[in-house]
Design a protein around this ligand. Structure first.
Ligand SMILES: Cc1cc2nc3c(=O)[nH]c(=O)nc-3n(C[C@H](O)[C@H](O)[C@H](O)COP(=O)(O)OP(=O)(O)OC[C@H]3O[C@@H](n4cnc5c(N)ncnc54)[C@H](O)[C@@H]3O)c2cc1C
Length: 485
């Protein structure tokens, strides 16, 4: 096949950067095309959730990101309603407050170190699909060819338009006010949130003396988006909604923003895929967008690599849409519920909103569901009939003789954890790292992890036959070579 690369990724936001690192880690030739010449992506996201940190840990990136941020261990969305993240069964029981630009810097450094070619000033203008490749035309008249193209080009995705995928949904009515400010009397909490009948405000520290202030103000919910946003307006919104402006003293940037709730009808059209904001956009309440985009990238990267390298089981590429469209839909439902609860038009809902939040968070199953959705630790993919109950779920960070499970995943391959003491990994596949661990009550005897940190297969039987393990590996990674004796 005559191509300039295996995969062209369009858009160097967090989703495109993460996907490009995944592809390069798997050994693919990847070009990352970015329309912006050099200016950084404006910092929109600041909340990096626990599951994203676990995924980044499985690539050795979390340790670089965590020191750049401020950990938040508790969130109080309304008086008496507390989300205590310290109870989370994760290496990262927190929301990490880190500016999106910093996350992108860390991802870009990793992408470059792995050999990704990042082409700036390269806006995609057209594309056409041929039998075995995609030709991408750039605005400057040059062209790129690849076996696959992934549109990570944001909410107004050109790629999505070019392949004719509908972006279904609607716009929210309430305008959001954003500003980066200095505070002379910052809140005690690392993340301050206050909601009520007059609107909602959030303040988070960037860790460098600047704070991001966000306000949904009922008085100004229809202010024209292009109207400048002076600091006095933000100050006034804070005083009315939260009772204080925390001593706002200086403003370096501000903007008004209108969020939408939309999802691409499909995530795949032939050799073209969509990921990140190109596939789904939602209310920023809950801080889900960038986290979901990074999750999309982790899910798609190894599957594309398997397809390009020729070892993908049939239909593996289609599982990207089945798995991630469902996650995207859940995120839309969650953020829409937050939006209705906090900013909805119903005066009744707004009045009883603190009580609803308190009740939800006191009731164990509801709290676990909410925290699982918010932090991403509850994300799971459906298993097949007769599969072990762990299939499709994340797994504990098992300590193996060769290292922690997350460390073993850093090769970007499957990991087979064997606790049987009998070496059931004989005749392993080149796509699988094998590890030995002590048996732990309640955990499977043998565990096969996908490269993206979800369980592919498991068995509770310490006497499981080697042939059964090999068959499971072969189902995911193609034929397993015969053992060398
Ligand atoms: C106020 C606010 C707060 C938010 N807070 C959070 C949060 O706390 N946590 C969270 O997870 N998410 C948050 N989000 C959402 C988050 O910012 C986005 O989900 C995230 O930026 C999406 O990343 P992406 O890489 O998919 O798209 P983008 O970041 O939009 O990147 C797309 C890239 O594609 C490039 N591009 C576009 N068209 C072309 C083309 N034709 N050719 C080449 N390149 C192109 C663009 O220049 C851009 O660099 C927030 C959003 C807002 C508005």
């Amino acid at each position: 096949m005559d191509t300039t690369s295996d995969v062209v990724v369009v858009g160097a936001g967090p989703t495109g950067l993460m996907l490009a690192t995944e592809l390069a880690l798997a050994g693919l030739r990847c070009r990352l095309l970015e329309r912006r010449a050099d200016q950084p992506n404006v910092t929109r996201a600041f909340a990096v959730h626990a599951r994203t940190l676990e995924l980044l840990d499985a690539r050795g990136i979390a340790d670089e990101l965590v020191p750049r941020g401020v950990p938040v261990r508790q969130v109080q969305p309304a008086p008496g309603a507390l989300i205590d993240l310290r109870a989370l069964d994760s290496r990262y029981p927190m929301i990490l407050i880190a500016p999106q630009s910093g996350t992108e810097t860390v991802l870009e450094e990793r992408a470059r170190a792995l050999g990704v070619e990042i082409v700036r000033g390269a806006g995609v203008a057209a594309l056409r699909q041929e039998a075995d490749r995609v030709v991408v035309d750039l605005a400057d008249g040059t062209a790129e060819t690849a076996a696959y193209v992934v549109g990570c080009d944001g909410a107004h995705s050109t790629v999505r338009d070019l392949v004719g995928i509908d972006f279904e949904g609607r716009q929210y009515e309430t305008h959001i006010m954003l500003a980066d400010v200095r505070l002379t009397e910052p809140p005690e909490e690392a993340m301050f949130a206050s909601t009520g009948a007059k609107g909602a405000v959030i303040v988070v520290p960037f860790g460098d003396g600047w704070f991001r202030a966000i306000a949904w103000d009922r008085l100004r919910e229809q202010a024209p988006l292009h109207d400048p946003l002076p600091m006095d307006e933000m100050r006034d919104a804070f005083v009315r909604i939260a009772g204080t402006d925390f001593g706002m003293s200086e403003q370096r940037w501000s903007s008004r923003f209108l969020s939408e709730r939309r999802q691409a009808r499909r995530y795949r059209a032939g050799r073209v895929f969509l990921a990140g904001d190109a596939a789904h956009v939602h209310s920023p309440l809950g801080g889900q967008g960038m986290n979901t985009g990074i999750g999309d990238a982790m899910n798609l990267g190894w599957k594309l690599a398997a397809a390009v390298q020729g070892w993908a089981p049939p239909d593996l590429l289609d599982t990207y849409e089945t798995e991630r469209h469902a996650v995207g839909r859940q995120v839309l439902v969650l953020t829409d519920a937050f939006n209705r609860l906090v900013l909805g038009r119903s005066a009744v809902v707004r009045a009883i909103q603190p009580r609803i939040l308190r009740l939800l968070l006191r009731f164990g199953p509801a709290r676990r569901l909410l925290v699982g959705r918010l932090t991403g630790t509850g994300i799971a993919y459906p298993g097949g009939r007769g599969d072990h109950s762990w299939v499709g779920h994340r797994a504990p960070d098992v300590v193996c003789r060769e290292g922690r499970l997350a460390e073993l995943l850093r090769a970007g391959r499957f990991v087979l954890v064997d606790t049987t003491g009998r070496d059931v990994t004989l005749g392993g596949s080149p796509h699988v790292v094998t590890a030995r661990a002590d048996a732990v009550r309640g955990e499977p005897a043998v565990l096969l992890m996908r490269p993206d940190g979800y369980v592919a297969w498991a068995s509770d039987d310490p006497a499981v036959a080697v042939a059964e393990v090999s068959a499971a590996v072969a189902r995911w990674c193609g034929p397993v070579p015969a053992p060398v004796r």
